[in-house]
Design a protein around this ligand. Sequence first.
Ligand SMILES: Cc1cc2nc3c(=O)[nH]c(=O)nc-3n(C[C@H](O)[C@H](O)[C@H](O)COP(=O)(O)O)c2cc1C
Ligand SMILES: CC(C)CC(=O)C(=O)O
Length: 354
Amino acid sequence: MYAQMRGRSLRDYEVAARERLDPAHYDYFAGGAGDEVTVRANEAAFGRLGLVPRVLRGAGKPQTGVTLLGSRAAAPVLVAPTAFHRLAHPEGERATARAAAATETIMIVSMGATVAIEDVAAAAPGAELWFQLYVQPDLAFTERIVRRAEAAGCAALVVTADSPVMGLRERDLRNGFHDLPEHLCCENLRDGARGDRVRPIVMWPELSWEHLEALRGMTQLPIVLKGVTHPADARLAIGHGISAIMVSNHGGRQLDGVPATIDLLPDVVAEVAGAVPVLLDGGVRRGTDVLKALALGAAAVAVGRPVVWGLAADGERGVAGVLGLLRAEVEHALTLCGCASVADLDPSMVRRPC
Ligand SMILES: Cc1cc2nc3c(=O)[nH]c(=O)nc-3n(C[C@H](O)[C@H](O)[C@H](O)COP(=O)(O)O)c2cc1C
Ligand SMILES: CC(C)CC(=O)C(=O)O
């Protein structure tokens, strides 16, 4: 059913995925909130930035590896948390995790995964897994999920802060897509304390810094705060013991009209002033996009939709193809920029507009 494919660029995987996916599922993965202004802005903003290479630095073949919160990665590109992988491929998150392990990539497993975190970890020994959490109003239930993530070997918790309610996704409304098909569910929402009933994911508008403090008290794992866009929130996050910040507008799926993350990054980086690593996601489609983000101060980036396209196009092999391409593009662009490693990138190498 899944003919072997080898994309030359991430775009090829999206084309192949679109051909294979049920149109309503393609729309769920591709779409965003409202007029999708932010979805488009994330990608377009990278196109407006130029890279100004350095020459004659004798840098040789560059190192692309990074260490983030103690986790090693072969490239500064993580798998962003995306829900419902079994809508894209029968193996779902198992296949994604195997590809992440094979390419030495950190995978942030979504709380909305269609494979339980224990089964994702078992399917991909050696994978560096982080766990994404929507803090649930029932804090005892939240704690049970945290314990499961810890027991499965996840090395960090990624708390999503940009979703006090679900974004208004008009493609899904038009398509009548609001639930997973019968045979699938969010396996991390099974509650052992309630006869393994699968609870719905609650988006919680009352979530506040005080609950992050409660979470901080529940676990020794580093906590990454995902969905920070305002520098003042980055400052507050540091004050609340957060270990890393992820500049993200949820791929344009929550509040439409939020600026492109690459345009928001410099102010957050300036506010954080090196206190914790700053990560970014949204619209990263090329190795050169990765370099732009790192030059502007990101420690690494994450990709959401491209991973889903790889999965839908060709399962584990497709995801490995996407992650391998990005790593190769990063290495190639670093060489062309005269960099021996990502540490050689600096803001003087980015010019706007292109
Ligand atoms: C289909 C899909 C599902 C997502 N599910 C989650 C999720 O469960 N938790 C979360 O924090 N973010 C989720 N996100 C947001 C991603 O983590 C990430 O912020 C975004 O996809 C980055 O933009 P990109 O797709 O342009 O790379 C999802 C995004 C997509 C496209
Ligand atoms: C609501 C989640 C299950 C998935 C999500 O965050 C998303 O679709 O953007």
